[in-house]
Design a protein around this ligand. Structure first.
Ligand SMILES: Nc1ncnc2c1ncn2[C@@H]1O[C@H](COP(=O)(O)OP(=O)(O)O)[C@@H](O)[C@H]1O
Ligand SMILES: [Mg+2]
Length: 314
């Protein structure tokens, strides 16, 4: 996973972990145990299924997790015949199935667990995610992208010499609702697609996508609702994110890396790392934010479509 963690700049893998969701990568076939199973039974199960840990369900609700390390420790300390319920880890870190993979990668970096149980919107266990699952999914997706690129190249060769048309300015608008995590990423994906369609450099399109995605999630998490507008001109794309409130108390503070007022609930869902606004600034050629408590927040990001100097990302 370090490859993904340390991917700097705006690589394809970096973008993918923003756009793919946890449910796109997780395994749905989850092996589980109940608190009354003995650790010995779990040991046999882990060996048989070749896995290194399993969630513990009590009446269908996730109540703990037991790992190979717990089994080894039980063997060492002589409680291998005892109940799982008495020795499992009860403080389980989980992630929601509609979260972007990016958040799962952050989880694995932060906690160094081997697996994260995945919950659906109703709080029920619907899958389990390991770092290997993420790698496999990324490989599939990268393969797909490579195949598409090959097809495009062939098509391009067939049309060689055709002039690239410079379309006129285009404006797109996307309403963004408070709390609507399921639709996070729509504005981001559409704006990126529009830029790609116009033959804009993929790195520029990715920066626009990431900035838009962070702005979208901020409206979803922190505001009562708003909208994203993108204006693609000949020289630059301007993305505006405006909401109706409640506004930001201290803008300078909000811009600091790691600063977040996200609730515990939102953090448990994998948001609230306090890197959104700093990431937006990193993606922007020009950045402006205006906010007052009581009224809304207005953020404007401008990215040059034909940068003279490379961003050095790849
Ligand atoms: N649209 C917004 N409305 C109100 N507050 C916001 C908005 N966007 C950002 N903030 C404030 O700025 C802080 C930092 O934002 P950000 O860097 O995106 O981190 P995070 O979203 O992870 O908390 C947020 O925790 C929140 O307090
Ligand atoms: Mg944010």
């Amino acid at each position: 996973m370090s490859v993904i963690n340390h991917t700097n700049g705006f690589s394809v893998a970096h973008e993918l972990i923003y756009t793919l969701k946890v449910r796109d990568a997780m395994s749905r076939d989850v092996v589980t145990v109940v608190p009354d199973n003995s650790l010995r039974e779990v040991q046999a199960l882990l060996r048989e299924r070749r896995i290194s840990g399993t969630p513990v369900l009590d009446n269908g609700r996730l109540v703990g997790i037991v790992s190979l390390e717990d089994i080894i420790s039980a063997l060492d300390h002589g409680h291998i015949e005892e109940r799982v319920g008495d020795w499992m880890t009860t403080n389980v870190v989980t992630i929601q199935d509609n979260m972007p993979l990016h958040r799962a990668v952050e989880f694995f970096r932060r906690y160094r667990f081997g697996r994260i149980p995945v919950l659906d919107a109703g709080g029920c266990l619907c899958g389990i995610l390991t770092q290997a699952d993420i790698v496999v999914r990324l490989m599939e997706e990268l393969n797909h992208i490579a195949e598409e690129a090959a097809r495009r190249e062939i098509a391009l060769l067939q049309r060689a010499g055709a002039p690239i048309t410079q379309g006129q300015e285009v404006t797109m608008e996307f309403p963004v609702n408070a709390g609507d995590f399921d639709n996070a990423g729509i504005a981001s994906a559409r704006i990126k697609a529009a830029l790609k369609e116009r033959g804009i450099d993929i790195k520029v399109a990715r920066r626009a996508a990431i900035a838009t995605y962070e702005a979208e999630t901020n409206i979803i998490i922190h505001s009562i609702g708003g909208a994203i507008t993108a204006r693609i001109g000949a020289e630059s794309v301007t993305i505006q994110a405006a909401d109706w409130g409640p506004g930001i108390e201290d803008v300078e503070m909000a811009l600091r890396p790691g600063f977040s007022t996200a609730s515990e609930l939102v953090r448990v869902m994998g948001f609230g790392a306090g890197m959104g606004l700093p990431n937006i600034q990193k993606c922007a050629d020009r950045f402006h934010i205006e906010s007052k408590p009581g009224s809304g927040t207005r953020l404007e990001v401008e990215i040059d479509l034909h940068p003279v100097v490379s961003d050095g990302g790849e």
